[in-house]
Design a protein around this ligand. Structure first.
Ligand code: MLT
Length: 324
């Protein structure tokens, strides 16, 4: 009899879980953004989650949890209930560069998540304050090399995109600036516009409007082709620095153990968002790159994470990037 009761209880639990998955979501979803509001990851999160909320029929609420180059927020998200009600916007820093820089990282980017899908590619732009005494990349590099740590570079914390692409840049051009950490490149950009920090390597979606507005200088974009959003900004190759070619990306993840049906529903909503004309326009206007359909799957994101961790680890170690 006892066995029968246990079986019925187990069946009941399974039915409840299945029923919950079938009706998921029945309440708002939290999307953790591991950087300060207003930066590139926050902006991409708000753009793509807007249409996702409509598809899912529940609001996706952005929660900014900044610190430690994004690893604080991602750690919190990785340890949350795998029930589909906490997801996160990670990126090339939190899910690519971080393991090389944090020996005690509390998560494994390739093992501790249920990948949902890529949100946007984000080319890296080399930007400086408007008053910086250089008019092109060549004179910018000469100034950096001549002035060492008198120049300061902004970044969003060890392991962030701006930090890892900045370390890579400095190693390529042999610059040794003073590094200034922020809780995101949104706040960093404010100081760049206030002429209180000198330069940074940042994601196009953050800096494009200010470059277009003439409020900061852009010396080059580190992609093979110019961006349609910044047609007057030369590529690093055109500007004579072809050894510096780098792009970042932002992507949605859920905690490991999130049921496949819920992963599928979240991926479906993300893909619909990336095919929504308004969402696409908002991302493209900021210089974001919409991933092709084949790269919008959870499996494609898993492969990307594995390849990015493998790619960035030797680059950062060769650049002498220090751990936490
Ligand atoms: C941000 O949203 O502030 C950036 O993604 C931070 C970074 O990784 O540089």
């Amino acid at each position: 009899m006892k066995k029968l009761v246990l079986t019925l209880a187990a069946l009941g639990l399974a039915a409840t879980a299945a029923q919950a998955q079938g009706t998921y979501p029945t309440r708002p979803i939290t999307m953790i953004v591991p950087f300060a509001a207003g930066g590139p990851t926050d902006v991409i999160a708000r753009i793509v989650s807007d249409n996702m909320s409509r598809t899912l029929g529940q609001q996706i609420v952005i929660e900014n949890v900044a610190g430690a180059g994004g690893t604080t927020g991602i750690t919190r998200a990785a340890q949350s209930q795998p029930d589909g009600y906490t997801i996160m916007m990670g990126h090339m820093g939190t899910h690519g560069a971080a393991p090389a820089l944090y020996p005690n990282l509390k998560y494994d980017p390739a093992k501790d998540f249920a990948p949902i899908g890529l949100a946007a590619g984000t080319p890296i732009v080399i930007v400086a304050k408007k008053d910086f005494p250089a008019t092109d990349l060549k004179s910018f590099l000469a100034y950096l090399q001549a002035n060492g740590d008198k120049v300061n570079m902004a970044h969003a914390g060890v392991g962030s995109v701006s930090h890892s692409t900045g370390i890579f840049f400095n190693s390529v051009v042999k610059a040794k600036p003073t590094m200034v950490a922020y809780r995101g490149t949104g706040p960093a950009l404010n100081d760049l516009m206030g002429n209180t920090v000198d330069y940074m390597t940042d994601q196009i979606v953050n800096v494009a409007p200010q470059i277009q507005g003439g409020n900061i200088k852009a010396f080059a974009i580190a992609t093979a082709e110019r961006s349609p959003a910044l047609p007057n900004v030369p590529t690093t190759k055109e500007a004579g620095l072809e050894s510096y070619e780098v792009s970042a990306w932002n992507a949605v993840f859920a905690p490991k153990g999130t049921p496949p049906e819920i992963v599928a529903k979240l991926n479906d909503a993300l893909v619909k968002s990336l095919n929504d004309e308004n969402t696409k326009k908002r991302l493209l206007d900021l210089g974001g790159v919409i991933p092709p359909a084949a790269e919008q799957t959870p499996a494609a994101l898993q492969k990307l994470v594995e390849s990015e961790v493998a790619r960035w680890t030797p680059v950062l170690k060769a650049a002498g990037a220090t751990a936490e």
